[in-house]
Write a protein that binds this ligand. Structure first.
Ligand code: GLV
Length: 323
């Protein structure tokens, strides 16, 4: 029997008003938990009937899953990143993949800068110190950190978020360097950023912000060799994807104090457990992948993922199409 309405599967519980928009047009089902991802076997079953899915970064959309989804036409990912989706496999099957850039740019840049400040000014350590009732006296070098203003920031990946971080850094009077696959001459002018090759950027920067997407050629872009080029007073911030940085090499560099500290929002295997060695180092501020996590931005991302899904399934151009 021909269906009257197309079917959508949403892989996480989203606000009712967001789901309601989809329900006006489609038959919708969803994984009714906000805190944990849909189990693979559940998704495997649901995707068999679905014309479209609204997915999260925690869902691995691979060939096995796509093979089980003969009707699937659209995967709308509620994220700017799409390394959780095997794009080539989607393309082969004519499945459209969409993402949600722009709406999270400023929010993620805010978090990147917050992490940079928290790391360099030892905010988490300072708050813990108070909670542990360790404060005896104001002292000249108590919890002394590093200045941020007027230092040199190196941005790896001058995309939308990299540019937004550069604008914030300019307000702190920082000198700005960047490394990017392609030179961005117009941005060099408008943002006052200077292009450097990766090695020079690492050697000259006081703060290195990793903001490049995870791709085959950015996997372990920052490894032992790259870390060894950084100043011993430098701080590495990663708000992109964990595997862009070699975690073991980073652990060694931090432990041996080859670099001063690191602020990490992302990890190789998420969620990291409390037993993860990196998060216990005193010179690390580690947070659980919250780059775009404000209520306003997450609602905007969910709505944009819905827009993309609706447009693509009704034969129109989605707002943001990856492939
Ligand atoms: C989150 O990490 C995203 O890619 O939006």
């Amino acid at each position: 029997m021909e269906r009257t309405r197309m079917k959508i599967y949403i892989t996480r519980r989203l606000p009712e008003e967001v789901i309601a928009r989809l329900q006006e047009v489609f038959e919708c089902k969803w994984w009714d938990r906000e805190d944990i991802p849909v189990p693979r076997d559940v998704l495997f079953n649901e995707i068999q009937e679905a014309d479209g899915i609204l997915s999260m970064v925690t869902d691995s959309i691979d060939s096995e899953l796509l093979d089980a989804a003969p009707r699937l036409r659209v995967v709308s990912n509620m994220a700017v990143g799409f390394d959780n989706i095997q794009l080539e496999e989607a393309k082969k099957r004519n499945v459209i993949v969409c993402n949600t850039p722009d709406v999270l740019t400023e929010t993620t840049a805010d978090l990147t800068f917050a992490l940079l400040l928290a790391t360099s000014r030892r905010l988490v350590e300072s708050a813990t110190f108070l909670k542990n009732d360790e404060w005896q006296s104001w002292s000249p070098f108590l919890l002394a950190g590093l200045d941020v203003h007027h230092k040199t920031m190196g941005i790896i990946g001058l995309g939308r978020i990299g540019q937004a971080v550069a604008r914030r850094a300019a307000g702190f009077g920082m000198k700005l360097l960047y490394f990017n696959r392609n030179r961005r001459l117009a941005d060099e002018q408008s943002l006052g950023v200077e292009y450097k090759d990766l090695a020079t950027l690492l050697q000259e920067s006081d703060f290195v912000c990793v903001l490049t997407p995870l791709k085959e050629d950015t996997y372990h872009l920052i490894g032992e060799q790259e870390l060894s080029l950084m100043k011993s007073t430098a701080v590495l911030i990663n708000t992109s994807r964990g595997p862009v940085v070699d975690e073991e090499a980073l652990y060694e560099a931090l432990k041996k104090k080859l670099i001063w500290g690191a602020g990490l929002d992302v990890f190789d295997n998420e969620p990291v457990r409390a037993s993860h060695p990196l998060i216990h180092l005193p010179n690390v501020v580690a947070i659980p992948h919250i780059g775009s996590a404000t209520v306003e931005t997450r609602v905007a991302m969910a709505n944009l993922a819905v827009d993309n899904l609706m447009l693509a399934l009704t034969g129109k151009a989605p707002k943001y199409r990856v492939c």
